[in-house]
Design a binder for this molecule. Sequence first.
Ligand code: FPP
Length: 235
Amino acid sequence: MNDLKHVAIILDGNGRWAKEKGLSRSKGHYHGFTNLKKLSEYIFDKGIKVLSVYAFSTENFKRDKKEVDYLMNLFQKAFKGYGEVLNQKGVKVVFSGRRDPLPKGVLNTIDDISSKTKNNTKGIFNICINYGGQYEILDAVKNISKKVKEEKLEIDDITLETVYQNMYQDLPPVDLMIRTSGEQRLSNFLLFQNAYAEFYFPKVYFPDFNEKEFDKAVEEYHNRDRRFGNVKENK
Ligand code: FPP
């Protein structure tokens, strides 16, 4: 079965895309965002239920202040207008990542759009900001330990399902993990959820990763033989 429920994308290559065109890195991020708007609508219209994107990692805070400020402003403005479009489409928007040190303006818009869309059922858009996969696992371990300490959970009752439920969001495992720009690394993205994902690394930079490129990724996914550790079936 190659059902495609959960697609994850590492939005990589905005900077190189801009550099090749003699533009600033900010322009690259702006074009990346414009592309994400179109692409996410296309993905949900195709009936894919969950889309996760890596918009900003915990490590990205080490970048030049000007670039970080630009991205934070972009997120804040984007979640207002774009969030409304997603709401009209019936998509539930959720955010994964640590709140601290995200600016108050970003947190307010995140809270606003999460609460406005919380009852939507057409799809789930998981936006990862100030996100790190190792921290997500660490935070889940802390949550579970707290429940054990408060005697709400027995150690012997902790299963993989419990771990899933204590991730930032209770989402199905990733089926297809895409990283644009030709880099072949996971960079701390959805470490637990990507355990059996199919990986796809197109060479194009994210601003050029359009609907046609996405269809190529889906075609490749359907040609893969997913075995989940099992033996190859006779065809
Ligand atoms: C990595 O590529 C990209 C980022 C750190 C930012 C990605 C953000 C967006 C596409 C905007 C998304 C907007 C919303 C509202 C979710 P890079 O800039 O490091 O590229 P490079 O490796 O070529 O320098």
